[in-house]
Design a protein around this ligand. Structure first.
Ligand SMILES: [Zn+2]
Length: 290
């Protein structure tokens, strides 16, 4: 039996209450998941009390950097240890908030990790990284001129001693909220079934899917994009990529919610075993997927 990993990324533009709504929804449906949270939100009074409840609902909280801004997207790629202080800060804030150390990490916008960033994650004691999006098309990413994990392995592997890479599933586009909201419900189901079939072909393959907290909310539209359409929206920016893409996404909350239901049903229907949190993939050496 192989596990399925559901991840939920939280961002500053989300409505704080949506964190609890998503968490309760998962709890009520008996689903395990890993939430990736930028640690600046632990210091935000609006978010904090929603975030500290997550472990009580059986949900894992992982680190999603500190500010989740372009400085934090550039620094891990460039690989200068001096720019990576935000990883240490994020770890310390997590420890302060939960009286426990984070186990899992995902870089902001799945940005590539250079050797210095990987070393820092190991030094901080992280055991799982889920930043890779293998063979993602750079042109549709936030960093169109960088190597966006083009040659990364598709199944989990040891990224560094003691650090397991569990890639976010990807078939040119990541198995993630922006993709679901662009494809809409039926194409999402088809994409996901193709991905589950493809993952099953790898001996150690683990489907790892991402959602946003607003995807679980059937009555309020997702946070609106700051973007206004202009000619510049069609030129890939070094930081942000092709911006018109954000305007293609589904905004009707009922339809967004229907897409989420479709995703969960499709994953539940897969003959691959149950949902696990990322930290469970390294709990004991015997359950180590490689
Ligand atoms: Zn993110």
């Amino acid at each position: 039996m192989m596990p399925i990993v559901l991840t939920v990324d939280v961002h500053a533009e989300d409505r704080p209450a949506d964190v609890s709504r998503a968490a309760c929804w998962l709890y009520e449906h008996g689903l395990q998941a890993t939430f990736f949270v930028p640690s600046a939100l632990f210091e935000d009074a609006g978010f904090r009390h929603h975030l500290v409840r997550l472990p009580f609902l059986g949900l894992e909280v992982g680190s999603h950097g500190h500010q989740h801004d372009f400085a934090e997207i550039r620094a891990p790629m460039r690989g200068r240890a001096a720019d990576l202080g935000f990883l240490r800060r994020s770890h310390a804030l997590y420890q302060e908030t939960f009286s426990d150390a984070p186990v899992s990490f995902r870089s902001p916008a799945w940005c590539p990790l250079g050797p210095a960033a990987i070393d820092m994650l190991v030094a901080l004691g992280y055991r799982v990284d889920s930043s890779a999006t293998p063979q993602r098309l750079p042109i549709f990413s936030s960093t169109p001129y960088a190597d966006t994990w083009l040659f990364a392995r598709r199944a989990p592997y040891e990224l560094a001693p003691g650090l397991l890479e569990v890639p976010t599933s990807c078939l040119l586009l990541p198995a993630a909220s922006p993709t679901w909201l662009t494809l809409r419900r039926r194409a999402t189901a088809a994409f996901l079934r193709l991905l589950l079939w493809e993952t099953g072909r790898h001996a150690n393959g683990i489907p790892c899917v991402q959602l946003h907290v607003s995807d679980f909310v059937p009555d309020v539209a997702p946070p609106s994009p700051e973007e206004k359409l202009s000619w510049g929206s069609f030129l890939p920016r070094p930081h942000g990529g092709l911006r018109f893409k954000v305007l293609l996404r589904e905004r009707d909350p009922r339809r967004v919610y229907a897409i989420t239901q479709e995703i969960i049903e499709t994953l539940r229907g897969a003959p691959r075993g149950g949902f696990v949190r990322l930290r469970e993939l390294v709990k004991s050496p015997a359950s180590h997927p490689d």
